[in-house]
Design a protein around this ligand. Structure first.
Ligand SMILES: C[S@@+](CC[C@H](N)C(=O)[O-])C[C@H]1O[C@@H](n2cnc3c(N)ncnc32)[C@H](O)[C@@H]1O
Length: 214
């Protein structure tokens, strides 16, 4: 990240409600104990997800890619009192940290952690979701979209993270598998007549998608 990006991130952070102690400790712990701590949603995006949940008042939320639980905690803070977040994580070594921090944040009663591959688990889920947050393996985004679409209620939303993929989506020299998958995902959504969508330049890009037809 260049200096202007750093300065910009700092400015955004200073002009948003501060991160609380539990989330700050989760960031610290994630930085100390995981290989790719930047995968975590972080301060602005976490607040954004929390506020989106407070506005939408979803009963059921599905998340693909829990990692250490940052986004799940933020969404749980915005969920209805009898709501639930089904969050799917492939790496079972993260179970302990997810449980520890969702408990410390006081939101564990809203969170149902499914350990395993989202593409195997999603077809077995019988609920309808008002919000789905896609944040798993970028190479699988088109498949996640196909798998979750029937599970989203009409009028419900899908939010997909990292759809700018560090700017590689507009770099003609980027021809790697991750970039190509994100490009395909963005194209599939853009051509899908069953949805309305807007690509927001928040952090690494968030695609907000509303399902308007089956
Ligand atoms: C970008 S991180 C998620 C970050 C998290 N949502 C947050 O904001 O803190 C992606 C996570 O997806 C998980 N993952 C990758 N492929 C998966 C799959 N097929 N099913 C479930 N989880 C997957 C990875 O193990 C990783 O922990």
């Amino acid at each position: 990240m260049c200096k202007i990006d750093n300065d910009f991130e700092l400015y955004l952070s200073k002009h948003s409600t501060p991160e609380d102690d539990v989330l700050a400790e989760l960031v610290r712990f994630t930085n100390l104990t995981t290989y790719n701590p930047r995968m975590l949603s972080g301060h602005q995006q976490g607040l954004f997800l929390q506020m989106i949940c407070q506005m939408l008042k979803p009963q059921n939320i599905l998340e693909i890619g829990t990692f250490t639980g940052y986004s799940a905690i933020c969404m749980a803070r915005g969920v209805m009192p009898n709501g639930q977040i089904d969050t799917i994580e492939a790496n079972d070594e993260l179970e302990e940290v997810i449980n520890k921090f969702t408990n410390l944040a006081g939101v564990d009663q809203y969170i149902h952690l499914h350990l395993g591959n989202a593409l195997t688990i999603i077809p077995k889920l019988s609920k309808s979701y008002e919000l789905v947050f896609i944040d798993g393996d970028k190479r699988e985004y088109p498949e996640y979209y196909k798998a979750v679409f029937p599970k989203v209620s009409i009028g419900g939303y899908i939010i997909a993270d990292n759809v700018l993929w560090n700017g590689k989506v507009i770099n003609p020299d980027s021809n790697d598998i991750h970039t190509n998958s994100i490009l395909s995902f963005n194209r599939i959504v853009q051509e899908d007549r069953r949805v309305k969508n807007v690509l927001l330049p928040m952090r690494d890009g968030l695609m907000l998608i509303q399902k308007i037809k089956k």
